[in-house]
Design a protein around this ligand. Structure first.
Ligand SMILES: N=CN[C@@H](CCC(=O)O)C(=O)O
Ligand SMILES: [Zn+2]
Length: 396
């Protein structure tokens, strides 16, 4: 069954072969979708016939957002830590263990309801691809539980058993557990492995040992690094083939040169700096060096409890030196690059039919009018999503 989505006032394709800029913009456009794929893109007057049509009445249409960094499977609330930070306290990784305790106590039903509620919120703000990490279990049984829940909602599941050292373990003993029994148990449900390389979490050698174990197990590599201070691990992680280094606030010139040379994506997480009052990363410095930049929410109860990519775009242009075009590209095609995907974050024939309409004459309004719910229609895999009220329940 084919549908022509026509009367699109302004279409962003992210296909540089189309239109006159990186965003591949087309005015008065149409898109034809068939099953879960895009089959035609172009000017509306040239659109082929289709079984059905959807009239966008002049609205702007963009690719669905690709949120390449989130922690949506957990229980409990840490709003008190946010309050403390807004009253002057510094963020520390220690809060993660509070969420671990609540998550271990929670049933599969409660954990799945939290993730479902967050995914509802994400869909309502235009996100059609989500990477979801484990990392609030820190024992084999719970990490498997989290990975199974995440894999029932997305293919982009990341094993983050190396979030912090599990309660009751010596660091090296815990690293052996992560690299051995925990990795093997989670492996069937995960596409990626990730490590939090930071003071209070894992050091360079531990990080590399865990990434190597994940690579040997056939997983793609991701890395939280340079969030609270410089990380010595960047160059070696890039050489190991990490797809994306995330946070990237404290990068050295050498780090940036190696990331550019190896094609490693820098995934920036502005909501984390917003919530922790840390300095924002300098996206302009990365972009000028030719590093591919992605934007993601980092949705988690500790440092960034937002599900809204538009919120992250607004901060990125206000605080991180990105132009609106760069922010939109980074939140769509950039997120796809961070996941090494070429079928999402772009509107071209063969791509998955993930499209979002913005109730405004231009996508610029997503940043120009921060906090306003401008997303009004979302297609994911060719299916129009019913944008129900979010069902997120945190009280378990
Ligand atoms: N930095 C590590 N992990 C999350 C924070 C997790 C938490 O504080 O619960 C992050 O990416 O910001
Ligand atoms: Zn994170």
């Amino acid at each position: 069954m084919s549908v022509v989505i026509n009367n699109i006032g302004l279409l962003v394709t992210n296909d540089p072969s189309v239109g006159s800029d990186d965003l591949g913009q087309i005015r008065d456009a149409a898109v034809v979708i068939d099953a879960d794929r895009i089959v035609w893109v172009g000017r509306g007057v040239e659109a082929p016939a289709a079984d059905y049509q959807a009239d966008m009445t002049g609205a702007c249409v963009i690719p669905g957002f690709v949120d390449s960094h989130s922690h949506p499977v957990f229980a409990g609330d840490r709003s008190d830590e946010f309050d403390a930070r807004m009253n002057g306290q510094k963020y520390e990784a220690g809060g993660i263990l509070r969420t671990v305790r609540r998550t271990r106590e929670a049933s599969v039903g409660v954990l799945d309801a939290v993730m479902t509620g967050i995914l509802d919120e994400m869909a309502r703000s235009g996100t059609t691809t989500v990477e979801a990490k484990t990392g609030y279990g820190l024992d084999v049984e719970t990490e498997v539980k989290l990975a199974r829940i995440a894999s029932s909602h997305t293919d982009e599941v990341t094993f983050l058993g190396a979030h912090v050292v599990g309660p009751g373990f010596e660091p090296d003993e815990y690293v052996r557990l992560v690299c051995g029994e925990m990795l093997q148990a989670v492996r069937p449900y995960a596409r990626w492995i990730d490590v939090f390389c930071e003071t209070g979490a894992f050091d360079r050698d531990q990080t590399l040992e865990i990434l190597r174990a994940g690579k040997d197990a056939g997983l793609g590599l991701r890395l939280h690094a340079a969030q609270l201070g410089p990380s010595e691990v960047i160059a070696q992680a890039c050489e190991l083939g990490v797809a994306s280094i995330d946070h990237c606030t404290f990068l050295s010139e050498k780090d940036i040169d190696v990331m550019q040379a190896t094609g490693t994506v820098a995934t920036l997480l502005p909501a984390a700096e917003f919530s922790t009052k840390q300095p924002y990363p300098d996206a302009r410095r990365l972009l000028d060096a030719g590093v591919t930049v992605a934007l993601a929410t980092d949705c988690n109860p500790g440092t960034a409890f937002t599900s809204s990519m538009p919120f992250c775009l607004a901060i990125a242009v206000r605080e991180m030196g990105m132009t609106p075009e760069q922010a939109l590209w980074s939140a769509t095609a950039g997120g796809a690059a961070a996941l090494r995907r070429d079928d999402v974050g772009v509107i071209r024939p063969g791509a998955r039919a993930d499209l979002v309409s913005v109730a405004a004459p231009s996508w610029l309004h997503l940043m120009y009018r921060p906090g306003v719910p401008l997303i009004d229609t979302v297609w994911r895999g060719g299916r129009m999503l019913s944008l129900t009220q979010p069902r997120l329940r945190l009280d378990g």
